[in-house]
Design a binder for this molecule. Structure first.
Ligand SMILES: [Zn+2]
Ligand SMILES: [Zn+2]
Length: 141
């Protein structure tokens, strides 16, 4: 278990994530939603229990954006209303206690982690090289 600190771009929100050894890697998500929300070709994520994320500053001020994922179930995106940085996503299809954390917003993790997997490979652009095991959508459960 290691602690990683994160903050949003404006600094109004700060958090700490506890990650186990097998969570110390970036899951690259190439889905179309990630393209829109990031303005880039993929996002860097890890799937963690909700209890592993402690928001130390600004939790009560976070805004929530809801969209419906491929499953038809809602996905809640929690973001800083001032700078718009997304702190975490809750995919309700994955249960109440599981969240998607942006490893790209934990400076130590961003630097040290290697790509662990690529998901939604079907939406990957043709010029993007494979850097980890790639799944068409999600890995089989
Ligand atoms: Zn902010
Ligand atoms: Zn995505």
């Amino acid at each position: 278990m290691s602690s990683y600190n994160g903050k949003c771009h404006c600094g109004n929100t700060e958090w700490t994530a506890e990650l186990t050894d097998d969570q110390k890697g970036h899951i690259l998500c190439h889905c179309d939603t990630c393209k829109y929300l990031s303005g880039s070709t993929f996002t860097l994520n890890q799937i963690i229990p909700k209890s592993a994320l402690k928001i130390s500053k600004g939790e009560d001020k976070l805004s929530k954006y809801t969209y419906y994922g491929e499953s038809g179930k809602p996905v809640y995106c929690y973001f800083c209303p001032n700078c718009s940085a997304h702190v975490y996503h809750h995919q309700t299809v994955m249960g109440d206690d599981t969240i998607i954390l942006r490893t790209g917003m934990l400076p130590e993790a961003l630097k040290d982690f290697k790509p662990a997997a690529e998901i939604f490979g079907k939406a990957k652009l043709p010029w993007e090289k494979e850097v980890a095991q790639t799944f068409e959508t999600l890995p089989p459960q």
